[in-house]
Design a protein around this ligand. Structure first.
Ligand code: MG
Ligand code: MG
Length: 271
């Protein structure tokens, strides 16, 4: 059952999302060849706690860390270790935070140093598909409209859309209804209503959409060993339109990236 939020609840959730946004911005400063994942994980945990929040993933279903740390062919749910980042890697970092009883949950795939052009394109197209999907999260549309938009954009580039893992509603629980798949048919599925808050999160593979899981019971990776990208935002439906609760602006500030891609989805100043 979808738990619709009041405007007051959405304001609380905006802060939970921004705790994650700021944490990913802090991480962005540290992403470079030689960076130690476990050290960054600890920094993220401390920074989340400094903001009056708790790590959302640590201990959830017994996950051992604060960050999901998924390099290269890993899709999601990778576990931070002592393996340093290398020039040319990509690293998908997914982070959750619980503040005032509500979750924030979002993700970004970073480039480490100079990345191969075809990998850069995978990241670009996956991020484009996130915003194309968010644009469809509006009154009168359904889950399938967001799903179709993401699938259509990424499959045009012959990329593989992961089926087994999906976005989700967000609130007092990390995973609420409805499921938000990244593949589907227009006009199908749950109808969107004002007050819905969802995590939209395309997980897109350069090659096959097929995935496998490591014996650690967590790490999901591509079946063909090619890279995978993951971008995630938290979005509320207000007055019939999608409004971003999370932001990549802290990441862009850290990396010196200029972007206006979020402007149409934002009616509040960042704090
Ligand atoms: Mg996430
Ligand atoms: Mg999520």
């Amino acid at each position: 059952m979808v738990k619709v939020k009041t405007l007051e609840e959405i304001e609380i959730m905006r802060e939970s999302a921004l705790v994650v946004s700021r944490t990913l911005g802090m991480i962005a400063n540290e992403i470079k060849p030689g960076a130690n994942p476990l050290k960054l994980d600890k920094m993220a945990e401390e920074y989340i706690r400094e903001q009056g929040a708790e790590p959302g993933f640590l201990g959830m279903y017994d996950f051992p860390n604060t960050l999901n740390w998924s390099p290269n062919a890993q899709v999601v749910h990778g576990i931070p270790n002592n393996e340093p980042l290398k020039e040319g890697d990509i690293i998908s970092v997914d982070c959750g935070a619980l503040k005032n009883g509500y979750y924030g949950d979002h993700a970004y795939t970073f480039e480490v140093g100079e990345v191969a052009p075809e990998t850069k394109n995978l990241l670009k197209v996956t991020k484009e598909s996130l915003y194309i999907g968010i644009r469809e999260f509006k009154l009168g549309n359904r889950v399938g409209d967001v799903a179709y938009a993401i699938q259509n954009h990424t499959e045009k580039h012959d990329y593989g859309v992961v089926r087994e893992l999906v976005g989700h509603g967000l609130g007092k629980e990390l995973h609420e209804d409805p499921q938000m798949p990244n593949y589907g048919k227009r006009g199908r599925g749950k109808k969107f209503v004002n007050g819905m808050v969802v995590a939209i999160e395309p997980m897109i593979n350069m090659g096959t959409r097929r995935i496998k899981q490591l014996k650690d019971g967590w790490t999901i990776l591509t079946a063909d060993g090619q890279p995978s990208a993951h971008f995630e935002h938290n979005v509320a439906l207000i007055d019939g339109k999608p409004e971003l609760l999370s932001t990549f602006q802290y990441i862009y500030d850290a990396l010196g990236i200029k972007s206006d891609e979020e402007a149409e989805f934002r009616r509040h100043k960042l704090v």
